[in-house]
Design a protein around this ligand. Sequence first.
Ligand SMILES: *Cc1c(COP(=O)(O)O)cnc(C)c1O
Length: 396
Amino acid sequence: MSNTKAYYGQFGGQYVSESLMNTLAEVDAAFEEAIHDPEFLKQYHYYLKQYVGRETPLYFAERLSEKYGTRIYLKREDLNHTGAHKINNVIGQILLAKRMGKTKVIAETGAGQHGVATATGAALFNMECTVYMGAEDIERQKLNVMRMEMLGATVVPVHSGSNTLKDATNEAIRTWAKTAEDTFYIIGSAVGPYPYPKMVKEFQSCISREAKRQFAQEVGGLPDVVMACVGGGSNSIGMFADFIEEKDVRLIGVEAAGLGIETGKHASAMALGKPGVLHGMKSYLLQDDDGNVQLAHSISAGLDYPGVGPEHAYLKDSGRAEYVSITDVEAMDALMELCKLEGIIPAIESAHAMAYAFQLAKEMTPEQSIIVCLSGRGDKDVNTIADYLAGKGYLN
Ligand SMILES: *Cc1c(COP(=O)(O)O)cnc(C)c1O
């Protein structure tokens, strides 16, 4: 491919049908123009502040820090409107869609969080919204389906493959190829064909921009470690962005090890995946020996993706960032710690990052510090948490 900008080392690219190549070039040109236009940036920051509720606090978790023996700070993305970081990206992409004169948006969703964020933005900016969702996920995530419908979106069930996120994404890409004239495709993570990984990083980098400034002001200097969970990789790339150039800061991405990497039931594309092509990009993917994409497993629906964004694949190979895995059990233990010690119910996704922070803290001194991206709140997970605790004999 001639467009070398589209690559992160050997990863990324634009593995899409010929008919979408022009569309992607248009999106890229519009994006580059927009992020250099002070008027666009003013609008974007206006909605981040007045609608999303930014900036989010960088909270010093005093009791956790005392217990685990190093300074632990939480970047509180759970306090954003709609309860997670996803809205940062949706606001950016919808403003871009409007600027390009589009009247409709489509999105894929797995657990429903990106679907809810997109439906929210579509209501705010008066865009017609269709969300593609695997038939099985619709069954599992009824509450989020109701939310999307209340917000005025149409949720389209996808009956193909495993009836989950991977299949919903394929359907959204297929639909977009036919409707791009008036429709913008809002991708929910740092994945997909170029320029999506770049756009999503830009719209999520408010996380690290704020955190870096807040840390410098409130604590001084730089943190020793910055950490986030990795599904497709959007909250993590946002948390890493402004620290990538700071070579003394360790960057750690935490994937889901599900029932344990050795069981085959996990979502650790970085630990065990091989380079392959999915959803328009080349990256690390969970696949069998014949190259068929495998189903990911995690107790957290948001980490249940068989791939990872291409820039993460590159950051891993170049050695700049480290990637580790945390099991369902470790994540749920960490989740309960955060509830009991800090009065915060985190999303199960975010609890994976917390769990690794607790493990790493043992190797750190009381003067050192970790920033953990608390990507979302756990209200959406209360049923899953209750089922898990009942199984463990805590609740009955
Ligand atoms: C969707 C989601 C994630 C995983 O997605 P990334 O793109 O990897 O950030 C993590 N946390 C929460 C709360 C989510 O909703």
